[in-house]
Design a protein around this ligand. Sequence first.
Ligand SMILES: Cc1cc2nc3c(=O)[nH]c(=O)nc-3n(C[C@H](O)[C@H](O)[C@H](O)COP(=O)(O)OP(=O)(O)OC[C@H]3O[C@@H](n4cnc5c(N)ncnc54)[C@H](O)[C@@H]3O)c2cc1C
Length: 238
Amino acid sequence: SPNDRILSIGQDESKAGVEVETPEGIKKLEADYIVGYDGANSQVRRSLFGDWEFPGFTRTKTSTNTATKMPTSLSTRSIGTWHPESPKMACGELPAKFERIFPGHPKPDKCKLANFSPYKVHQRLAKKMGVGHFLLAADAAHLCNPFGGLGLTGGIVDVGGLFDCLIGIHKGNADASILDKYDEIRRWKYSEVINLISTENIKKLFGQNPDTAIENDEFLKLCKKTETDPVFSKEFSR
Ligand SMILES: Cc1cc2nc3c(=O)[nH]c(=O)nc-3n(C[C@H](O)[C@H](O)[C@H](O)COP(=O)(O)OP(=O)(O)OC[C@H]3O[C@@H](n4cnc5c(N)ncnc54)[C@H](O)[C@@H]3O)c2cc1C
């Protein structure tokens, strides 16, 4: 259940086991295979490789996701913002920023900050997608910045591939070596697609002069063109 926490793991040649803290007390569970999809701080990954063994890096800037009530809409908008020093300072700058960038240039007293949640941005890939009878999927195995929407989607593809591997083993159509393929292909996809594309995307934020980006960046130039060219705008949105 959502309240259960994996505390520790163990395995032998034929099965995996976890010790889980539940509202009813500590339980021990066993299975042929156990998949750790327990997020960025994965206890399963930490237990397999060590607490600080998650190769990659963390960006120094803090990102803050804010929920902001806008006058132009009845809904609350979620907006990402960055600040080199602190998330609180990022939020403090928001009203002036919104006045500058949003349609109608709403005055600071027209936007209400409903919530904010700071997070750190990582690019990291586990040493392997599993060891023996333990497997990793999604954020437990790899992290990327949110620009491009490749975090959750990468995790979904992990799970789809892993499901096929485990069904293959269960039905006797494959042996355990297929899990090496899972490791090889998903780590390759992270390195060649998720990491590369998300890194290129974040460079658009930090890797260029914000005052001239709209004139120099090829993608931003296309975005700008949608303002004045309705035919291109329709094509671009596909
Ligand atoms: C601001 C932001 C914006 C994002 N935008 C996008 C986007 O637009 N598109 C996209 O594709 N991705 C996006 N992502 C990434 C996406 O949210 C994650 O990749 C995705 O949620 C990962 O899913 P997950 O199931 O691996 O981990 P999580 O969603 O973190 O779930 C992990 C689960 O494991 C549980 N858990 C943790 N520890 C234990 C334990 N010891 N025992 C048992 N359970 C445990 C947690 O309670 C949680 O329920 C964004 C991320 C952020 C921070």
